[in-house]
Design a protein around this ligand. Structure first.
Ligand SMILES: NC(=O)c1ccc[n+]([C@@H]2O[C@H](COP(=O)([O-])OP(=O)(O)OC[C@H]3O[C@@H](n4cnc5c(N)ncnc54)[C@H](OP(=O)(O)O)[C@@H]3O)[C@@H](O)[C@H]2O)c1
Length: 253
């Protein structure tokens, strides 16, 4: 018996990294998972893998930074899978570098995905989470927002990424208070360095700087963070894990 049997989860950014690992982890706990991202082929491959393992997965191609697409993804998940108990708001981009003379398109992308995409998806999911929390099988629902250590500590060279993740923290705390009385738990996960595709989208010189910063330490795997997400979503109904900061053991800042 899985601890999420009879429930439905939606994971954004499920085509790679933390989202992909989280979808697997939640499916292994028994949740039917709607897996959302832009790269449909990757989603279909993951969906096949989850189905082969005896789970249920619904690939949904969507760009969450487009409000209609975020709303349609949530609507499709509910229409196809019947309800929504867990939202993992994970889709994100990290494009680092100095603020002075930065390519403004990089800022636009980060704000659109990390902030607006997360807000649109949360808003679309909330009525369904509130409904799921009012009944069986769990009498609780989960909205898990993926922030970062960068949402707690600002650093030179990551100002706008910091700004987007600080925004995620502020939004999460406000929403937590708003829905606490309705058995919807809002959780903030703040990973340190994780081995995913995230840094690969940076300009060459920036990517090299990121690699250099972490070359001496063993960084986290996506599964380590997925484990934390599954932990949060499988607590008994009276336990809300509001915030989880999770760094590689060797990461200082
Ligand atoms: N890796 C780290 O060190 C680290 C540390 C702290 C926090 N985080 C956070 O963890 C989250 C996941 O990142 P990751 O490390 O797993 O990186 P990743 O492997 O690059 O995954 C990012 C995911 O977001 C999706 N995505 C990007 N733009 C999207 C859009 N417009 N609409 C829908 N999906 C979109 C990508 O899918 P498509 O390209 O297919 O759309 C991909 O599935 C991010 O919020 C990131 O800020 C990561």
């Amino acid at each position: 018996m899985g601890r999420l049997d009879g429930t439905v989860a939606l994971v954004t950014g499920a085509s790679s990294g933390i989202g992909e690992a989280s979808a697997r982890a939640l499916a292994a706990e028994g949740a039917a998972v709607a897996i959302v991202a832009r790269r449909g082929e990757r989603l279909r491959a993951l969906g096949g893998e989850i189905a082969d393992a005896g789970g249920t997965a619904l690939p949904v191609e969507a760009d969450v930074s487009e409000r209609e697409q975020a709303e349609a993804a949530v609507a499709e998940a509910v229409a196809e899978l019947g309800r929504l108990d867990v939202l993992v708001n994970n889709a994100g981009v990290m494009l680092l570098g100095p603020i002075h003379e930065a390519p403004v398109e990089e800022w636009d992308r980060m704000v659109e995905v990390n902030v607006l995409g997360l807000l649109y998806t949360a808003r679309a999911a909330l009525p369904h989470l509130i409904e799921a929390a009012a009944g069986e099988p769990r009498r609780v629902a989960d909205l898990v927002n993926i922030s970062s250590v960068a949402g707690r500590i600002a650093r030179k060279g990551s100002g706008v990424y910091n700004a987007t993740k600080f925004a995620v923290g502020a939004f999460s705390e406000s929403l937590r208070q708003e829905v606490a009385g309705r058995q919807v738990r809002v959780s903030l996960i703040e990973p340190g360095a994780v081995a995913t595709e995230l840094q690969s989208h940076n300009r060459d010189e920036i990517r090299k700087q990121i690699e250099k910063r972490f070359e001496q330490i063993e960084i986290l795997q996506a599964e380590d963070v997925a484990d934390a997400i599954a932990y949060v979503a499988t607590r008994p109904p009276h336990v809300a894990v509001n915030e989880l900061l999770i760094r590689p053991s060797g990461q200082e800042g």
